[in-house]
Structures are given as C-alpha cells and as structure tokens.
Design a binder for this molecule. Structure first.
Ligand code: 3PG
Ligand code: CO
Length: 555
C-alpha cells in the first residue's frame, strides 16, 4: 500500500537546516541595460553564480517544463511554485481548459449543465481577464466559450472584462476589446443578445489576491453586479480609449466602468436567475470574487444585493474550500507534494512571504492546498504587504522583513526547512518602471545575503532559485532579440514575465563534500528541484518525481 515514508538517502545526512529561497521573477538573460538584475548591484547572487557549473546552474521555468500548453508560454508563479513543490509536471489549467474546449467535454460536464439551467430565462455573465497572456486566462478560450455557450442555448450574454497590460504589453487592451466586440457583433447577427457590460483594469478591479485589498473586489462587484461605476460609456471600446487618455493611464489600472444604453441604464447588472462564469483558470486572483459570488455569509464588504445566481468557475479555485462548488473544468490534481512528504518524514517547516506572494510559497507550493499538513510541525508567516500603491513606489517592499523572519527561524533551530519567496523583482518588474526594478533587485539580493549569513551560522544548506523570469528583461524584442520601438520611437516596455531560464544554486557549510550538480539532466526544470531538496534533507525522492539535480561523488 501507499506510504508517506521516504527512503533514506544512501549518502546524505539528515538534520541539516535548509533555506529554500525563491526569488520571484528572477531569470537569467544577456547582460544589457534592460536587464535590471545585471544593472543592479547583486553581490550575493553574483557570488553564487561563481559556483557554476557544480553549485550553480540554470533550469527551465516556462512552457511544457511547467505543464503549460506550448513552449511559447512564459512561466508564471502558479505553475512555477506548483512544479517546485510537487516535483512532477502536471498539465496546468491553461492546458486542461484547451483540451476540454477542443473535445467539447466542457459542455457535458456538471458545471456547464448547472449554469445551462439559467439560459432559458436568465443572462449568462462571463467575468475575467481579457488578454492572450495565458497566465490567468486566454482570449481564445473566451471566444470558444462564447460560441459554445450560444450554441448550447445561451440567448443573452454579458461579458465583464478586466484589462491586462501586465501579462501582455500595456496598450494592447484596446485591440482585445475590439476583437471581443467583433465576436459579440457576430453573435448578435445570429440572434444572441450579446454585449460587454462592464470593465476595468485588473489591478483596480476584481483581481486582488490573498485578501490584500478587498476594495479591489468591491469595485468590481459594484460594476458587475450592481451596474454602478464612476465612469459610464456607450461601448467598451470607447471606454478604454477615453480612460487611456488620462495622464499616466495604464491598462492594469483603468478605473471601473459600466456600459449603459440610450437611457443611461446599465446594460448588464447581475440579477436573480442569471448564470455567471468566471473564466480565469488561475485561482489566486479569482478566489476572492468567487467567495463574494458564492458565500451566503460574507462580511468583507457590503454587497448591497446578493443575487440568486448559478455560478461556475472555469476551474475550481480552491480544492480544500471546494470553491466554487461548480466549475467547468476539473483542476490539476496535484497530490503527494514534497511539502506533504517531508512533514510526514519529520521535517519541520517554516514558510514566509509578504501578502502578495504568501499563497505562492504555501498554497501553490503545496499543490493548490490551503492551510497546514501537520500544524504542529509547520509555521507559515505572512507579512502584510503595502496596499493601495503600485510597487515601483516602494520597490524594497518587505524584503528586509521577510529576510529577518527567515533569519530568526533559522537561528532558532526550530525548523529543518525555512522557505521564503522574495517578491521584489517580479512585483516591481510588472510595473514596467526600470529604475525602480533595479532598486527592487538589489533589495532582494540584500535579503538573500541575510539568509545565507544565517545559514552560515547554523552550519546549514541553502537552495536559491526562482519561479520564472521577469526583471532580467524589461523590453519587448523582435525575433533577432533587438528592442522593439513604438510609433513614437520609444522602446516598448515589457511588464510581463519572460521565457528565460532561472538559476538554482546550492551551498552552505552543511552541504556534504562531493555534492554537485549532475551533468546528465541538461534539460532540468523547476520540477527537478523538489527531489534535490529532499536529497539535501537526507531522503531519496519518490520514484515518480522528476530526477534530482545533484549527485554525490567520493572525494
Ligand atoms: C500577476 O498575477 O501578478 C501576474 O499575472 C503574474 O504574476 P505571478 O505569476 O508572478 O504571480
Ligand atoms: Co509575476
């Protein structure tokens, strides 16, 4: 039968304190002026790199190596932390939705049958991120769902769009809205009453995460459900064009708007008897809205009206909370994660980040599972993030506080694994502010230094890695790798993640002599890190885990 017991590693001892440090959005790329990691002063990370090839190497953090549909898909934190923690590659939400749409199975599932009950008399509302970024959602999936839903009987459809500019270039939202408007016009020709009903920028409207700022969700609720927003327009194309005329306007931060008819009445508030689908496949920035849509008891903001609807997520966003209770596509079943194994094998674990990345190093790391495996052996600490600001204003974020918590946890000797996520290079990189991103990278490096010093003091081991690229390339490039210019001759700032590989570094006084990176896993990816960490804790990884990156040679 199944057992959580891991075999002892034949050569490596148990009982070493291991720091596992994940730099969020820290990839490896050519050194140039748009590589903020290169431009920033990063002595700690630079010194790790000198250990190449035996103690420092690169691993894949994008595409199929992390369960995404194609190798053109950039990495992201969800799939990156899933792979790091689970040690295996699971087909991820993006891919599972593609398959369900292609086979038509999505329309036979429980979730679709459930919402379909409302099609005769109610409106179908689709809420989600409108772009082809492929991180939280994809436009082509929305397009297929619109077509499929109308073919399966939806007669009145309202789309509530969230503009991106974060997983895709800023300014692209107009094009996405135009494409969607075209599709909806075609549906109208076929007799389906289909329109965009509301919208707003993803960082202002709906897509908060880890309960950092419920006002974001409330702004969305007001527009989507109540039909109320500070801005009213006759069409979404007009809305996005007008709102982008404001100084420093940006797709990510557009204010909420509703679309109104000739009489100034909102065209699509959500009312009793309607069906709602949140079409993001990724959980972290949809689960708060899912709570507001589903929970009878809810005190995070005044919903004013709580419509009786049939609600389905694209996926189930939280398997522990079973939220939402209805969903169109089953999420990946990420089981037997390294965290769960290690806790059953006596490894006491401490995990910490600040709010905006806290769930990454806990929920995503643990295979999209909330809470502890064995509370008495684990401690997860969340440092409150600054809220209501864009992170280029405070690029150091809480890196120092996270490092201090990790240092204290290491020095306390109460934990065998101390795991952190340092968000700076990612969160500031997403703002597109190059100067601030350079400051962010240095702050993350300072934090690494503090953690490595603590590991030195206790004779421990460190594993330093990243979940995907971001700050190492801040400009959109052509196929030849040259920076692309916009029509005014300015470089096009890349706010998104990248396709770049990320570093993995091992070391520390506790690392047994003879441990080094193997040469026979050249294509290693993030999923190979879990077995590596298990080995360093003194265990062999389960047989179906991706192979370890290390070997032990006799000196
Ligand atoms: C976000 O949600 O902020 C971005 O879409 C992706 O960033 P993350 O994958 O690093 O969280
Ligand atoms: Co990111």
């Amino acid at each position: 039968g199944f057992s959580w017991k891991l075999n002892d590693h034949p050569k490596l001892p148990k009982g070493k304190i291991i720091a596992v440090v994940v730099l969020d959005g820290w990839g490896e790329a050519n050194p140039n002026q748009y590589n903020c990691i290169h431009v920033a002063e990063t002595p700690a990370m630079d010194s790790l790199k000198k250990g190449a090839p035996e103690k420092w190497r690169l691993v894949k953090a994008h595409g199929k190596a992390v369960g995404l549909p194609t190798d053109d898909d950039m990495g992201n934190s969800e799939v990156g932390h899933n792979a790091l923690g689970a040690g295996r590659i699971f087909a991820q939400g993006a891919k599972l939705v593609d398959l369900a749409l292609a086979s038509g199975k999505i329309y036979e599932g429980e979730g679709f049958k459930y919402i379909k009950e409302s099609f005769e008399t109610g409106t179908l509302h689709l809420i989600g991120l409108l772009s082809d970024g492929g991180v939280h959602s994809r436009l082509d999936q929305l397009q297929l769902l619109l077509k499929g839903a109308s073919e399966h009987g939806a007669k009145r459809i309202r789309v509530h769009v969230l503009t991106d500019g974060r997983d895709v270039l800023d300014g692209t939202s107009i094009g996405f809205v135009e494409t969607l408007e075209n599709d909806l016009a075609k549906l109208r020709e076929k007799g389906v009453d289909a329109q965009i009903a509301s919208g707003g920028g993803r960082m202002q409207v709906t897509m908060d995460r880890y309960e950092n700022d419920w006002d974001v969700v409330k702004r969305g609720w007001d527009a989507q459900v109540l039909g109320e927003a500070p801005h009213k327009f006759r069409s979404a194309v007009e809305a996005v064009k007008k709102l982008r005329e404001a100084p420093n306007a940006n797709d990510q931060y557009l204010p909420p708007f509703v679309i109104v008819d000739d009489n100034g009445k909102p065209v699509g508030p959500i009312v009793d008897g309607d069906a709602v689908v949140t079409f993001n496949f990724r959980a972290d920035r949809m689960v708060m809205l899912a709570k507001a849509l589903e929970y009878e008891d809810f005190d995070k903001f005044d919903r004013v009206r709580f419509p009786k609807i049939r609600y389905s997520g694209m996926l189930q966003y939280d398997g522990e909370l079973k939220l939402p209770s209805h969903y169109l596509v089953s999420p990946p079943e990420i089981d037997r994660t390294s965290g769960e194994y290690l806790v059953h094998n006596g490894v006491r674990t401490f995990a910490c980040s600040e709010t905006v990345k806290f769930g990454h190093v806990t929920f995503f790391w643990n295979g999209n599972r909330s809470g502890y495996f064995k509370q008495e052996m684990e401690e997860y600490v969340e440092i409150p993030s600054d809220s209501g600001i864009t992170f280029n204003v405070q690029p150091k974020m809480k890196a120092l506080e996270i490092a201090e918590k990790a240092r204290d946890a290491i020095l306390s000797r109460k934990f065998d694994q101390v795991r952190v996520n340092l968000p700076n290079s990612d969160m500031v990189g997403h703002t597109g502010d190059i100067e601030a991103t350079i400051v962010a990278c240095k702050a993350a490096d300072d934090a690494v230094k503090m953690i490595l010093d603590a590991i030195d003091q206790v004779g421990g081991i460190y594993v330093v890695t990243a979940d995907h690229g971001n700050a190492e390339d801040m400009v959109k490039r052509n196929k030849k790798g040259e920076p692309l210019l916009d029509k005014n001759g300015n470089i096009q700032i890349l706010t998104s993640h990248t396709l770049q590989p990320v570093p993995v570094a091992i070391g520390g006084p506790g690392l047994a002599p003879g441990v080094r990176f193997r040469k026979d896993v050249p294509d290693g990816g993030l999923a190979n890190v879990a077995a590596t960490v298990m080995n360093l804790h003194g265990f062999e990884a389960p047989a179906d885990y991706e192979p370890t990156l290390i070997e032990v040679v006799d000196n």
